[in-house]
Design a protein around this ligand. Structure first.
Ligand code: A2P
Length: 393
């Protein structure tokens, strides 16, 4: 049996045949015929130089395969083949990595049924790195995002070096805390949403960012928040094949988050800012935090133009003011939310505390009813169309 390998591919449905990737590749691993632009698996060394220069993102496709697709096979494609199911043994996926998938399924349970990726989302690579074969990342920076002394939230940038680590907005990675548990076994990785877009925290650099809140006695969050520049850590994943950004620039996004649940929303916003700017269908975000000092990315958010992202920042612990949660503000902006619910281009993303699920569901129920739509039915339609996504923890 062959050992599974990662293969870099180009999506023939999206590629515009501009050949920029071919001209950029320093080792001539990319070539084309009259039909397709393709990557030679025997030559590609995953340097990633071609990724940021592609104007469409079609270059950012990956499959784990037992036998790499030949050039001839790729020339014949009108669309990419799906990721083959290689089975547990063949992918080298351990039971522990399956536990990661179970954790993610649990985080997505609040959507009320089987999650489906947006129709126009790029195809994600998943489980490229396992506990048996983790990716080693190096800390490029660890910055405090919050002024509140009781509330330490960090923006941690990880350099993936020469390793291919393709990750789409909305995906998560597993962080393996060092050391062993009380049974002498390695700790189970903890899931963290990636907060950078697919071409990296900084375009042209193979890096990703995480948004991490220090939890009292939290083994992994304290490990991450204390990491110094240059330190190395093991990652598994990427994980997540449904909580993804539609590539369709016309898709409208209703984003609802609390605290570090803003991580995927940041990735979505940066991707749109880099690729479509103000020409997108637009995004409306309800973002709940204790106060401005504890709202992650408060400063950078102020610079995001309103035609890209309308922001409703909601605070629960402002001196002299009543507690307000995201669901309260959604009710206060009932008309704007209702209008989005009637639009088949709208995609809803909810990320943050599990406790917010009920309140947000209640608000959506009331708002949908105000326009004569039973929310339970509308929600199921949206979910089955890949337009309703929940990730809570
Ligand atoms: P609270 O002041 O009641 O804790 P962080 O993770 O940074 O603490 O932010 C989480 C935010 O979500 C806080 O403002 C918190 O308010 C708020 N929150 C807590 N419980 C809920 C809930 N059930 N629904 C919506 N927001 C909530």
């Amino acid at each position: 049996m062959n050992t599974p390998v990662k293969q870099h591919l180009i999506d023939p449905e999206i590629c515009i045949r501009c050949y920029t990737c071919e001209m950029t590749c320093p080792i001539e691993a990319i070539t084309h015929d009259d039909m397709n632009v393709v990557v030679d698996a025997d030559k590609c060394n995953f340097c990633m130089d071609c990724i940021p220069v592609c104007p469409t993102g079609s270059i950012d496709e990956w499959r784990v395969v037992n036998t790499p697709y030949s050039l001839e096979e790729q020339f014949g494609w009108s669309e990419l083949p799906p990721q083959e199911d290689l089975g547990e043994a063949e992918t080298g996926m351990e039971a522990l990595d399956e536990a990661m998938a179970a954790l993610l399924a649990e985080a997505h349970a609040g959507a009320g049924g089987k999650a489906v990726a947006p129709k126009s989302a790029a195809r994600p690579a998943i489980n490229l790195y396992t506990l048996a074969q983790p990716a080693v990342a190096k800390v490029q920076g660890n910055y405090r995002l919050t002024d509140d002394p009781e509330h330490d939230v960090r923006h941690i940038i990880l350099d993936m070096g020469g390793l291919p680590f393709p990750v789409l907005e909305g995906q998560s990675v597993g962080v393996v805390p060092p050391g062993e548990d009380e049974n002498g076994k390695p700790h189970l990785p903890r899931l963290y949403s990636v907060s950078s877009p697919r071409d990296g925290e900084r375009p042209n650099y193979n890096n990703i960012s995480l948004t991490v809140k220090r939890e009292p006695d939290g083994l992994c969050s304290n490990f991450l928040c204390d990491l110094e520049k240059g330190a190395e850590l093991n990652l598994t994943g990427p994980f997540g094949a449904t909580f993804l950004l539609p590539d369709d620039a016309e898709a409208r996004l209703l984003l609802i988050c609390t605290g570090t649940g803003s991580a995927p929303m940041r990735a979505f916003t940066m991707r749109r800012q880099r690729v479509v700017g103000g020409k997108s269908g637009g995004m409306l975000m309800f973002f709940g935090a204790r106060n401005p000092e504890s709202l992650p990315y408060f400063g950078p958010l102020k610079k995001v133009p309103e035609n890209l992202l309308k922001q409703e920042l909601v605070y629960s612990r402002l001196d002299g003011q009543a507690k307000e949660y995201v669901q309260d503000r959604m009710m206060a902006r009932e008309e704007a939310v209702a209008e989005m619910l009637t639009d088949p281009a709208t995609h809803i993303y909810i990320c943050g505390l599990k406790g917010m699920e009920d309140g947000v569901e209640h608000a959506l129920t009331n708002i949908a009813e105000s326009i004569g739509q039973p929310w339970a039915i509308l929600r199921d339609v949206m979910r089955s169309e890949g337009r309703y996504h929940v990730e809570t923890y």
